[in-house]
Design a protein around this ligand. Sequence first.
Ligand code: ADP
Length: 579
Amino acid sequence: MSRRDTADGKPVKSNLSSTRMAMLLAVGIFIVALSISSLFARSLQEQNSIDHRIRLTQEAATLQSYANSATEGYGRLILSAAALLAVQPDTSAEDWRRFYASSQAEANFSKIVGLGYVGVTTDDSPDASNERAVIKYLTPNSEENIRAIGFDMYSEPTRRSTMIEARDTGRLAMTPPVQLVQDHGVRDVKGELIYYPVYRTDTTPKTVEERRRSLQGYVYVVFRPNDMMKRFVEEQLDIPDVIMCVRDVTNPNGPIDLYRSGDTEKADASETETLQFAGRTWQFEVSGIDSYARRLGPVVLFLLGAIVSLGIASTIYRVFAGRIRRIATVYEDEVQRTKDELLALTSHQLRTPASGVKQYIGILTSGIVGELTPDQKTIAEKAYDANERQLQIINELLYVSKADAGQLVLEPNRFNMTRLVQQRVDDFAEQASQKDVTIKYETKKPYYVTADDRYVAMAVENLISNAIKYSYQSSTVKISLSSDRDQLKLKVRDRGVGVSDEDSERIFEKFSRVDNPLSHTEGGSGLGLFLARQLARAHGGDITVEGKLDKGSMFTLSLPKRLTINEAIVRLNKPKEES
Ligand code: ADP
């Protein structure tokens, strides 16, 4: 007999606890696996963010290096032109143009607007306020440059201060962004000019005084930083999700934008580089939005991790739940076998002495060994009843243990069920009268059935005995037989304690004694209904109960008119469908 099938409820509990153990294990593993995948996702996110920053730093460095080489190129061009003026003081406009053409400035120097020469006319005023710095040459001969020739650069304060700085230092000096004469009234875009002083001396004079005195003019390059950076960014650095911004940050009043490729508001990180050239400082800021795909990486990893963790946990749950259940079943079967053996052994061993007691009491009450006083007789009768109950329980135990061992074999025969029930009713007349219970059994029609009458009688006895036991004093028990096409039905109705809906199955379980107002005074083993139902099922029938608590109950024993089972051995706990 498998413990899983036993009726005392314990195996269900045990399966539940093994399931719970496996569930706990699976949940634990799921949590650990989920934590690991979330750690991985987190570290991937951090790595992504580091990569993102490295990329921005690289872009900023590229931008800076480009601007550096472009401005240095302008510087070299200016110095070469200054050298030309030094070796050839009578340089003509044509020479200037040829020099510019030979330098291939447009190809070599990024987005240059022009290379010019400014001649300075001096006067003797101490503050040089009458000095003029008029553009003498400016190549290429583009329309915009022709517009600028003749312009006095000293007339514009920003240019003038930068030129003075170049003159006094003898070095390159660059203006902040200014409106170019070339663009005046045409484009609202800023340009910058890099000046280099040309002195009448062979070498750069030592003192500022001498430099001022010997200043001849300036060579300069004009360019538009926005065009210069834009071309480079568009042609060389076309990177989505990255915003480039170049600013002149020399001025303490605040930075001036030289170039901007977009709006940096949405950027989540930015890196900067700086460049110093000709007295000015430029800042290159590269900002970026961590792209959707990069963000998705950790999310996808986490989700994948969660799915895999779930998979592992559910596999572990299935494997372990199965294994634990198998181990529990093997263990439970072992325990059950031991219990069954103990049951068989004790019931056998108890029966002989209990039967002996019955005989001795019989001898006492028969008067063979002398007449008993009325008191002695009463005690002997009570001992007889107690011994009867004891034997009844031992008998039930014996039948259960026999059935467990497969030793209960049905021997079907055709008999009159009406008469069998009548005989049992008569047997219980004494028991019923003690409680003033009236048994009404009015079926007269003979109903024949093919079954094992010994076991059918046991089931009928149990139902009648229970009906009397659980009836209230002075009530009626009604018993009736009926039949339909296939089945014979015995109904036993009482007006006793009744059975609640929730107990209507439990009372058929092995050893189950349900607490009710009479269960304490009425003895019992909790085996009677269990055995009766198993016997009915072994015949292909069943026993069911209907009723209400405190209003009485009705038990129905149904038996097939013809034995439908193939196997004659009573197997306990066989589900009804299989019987
Ligand atoms: P017991 O030896 O306890 O009578 P049974 O297996 O015959 O064992 O019955 C199991 C339980 O079913 C009883 O303890 C009792 O609570 C309940 N029971 C059986 N018959 C009736 C009945 N006719 N009315 C109410 N309860 C009953």
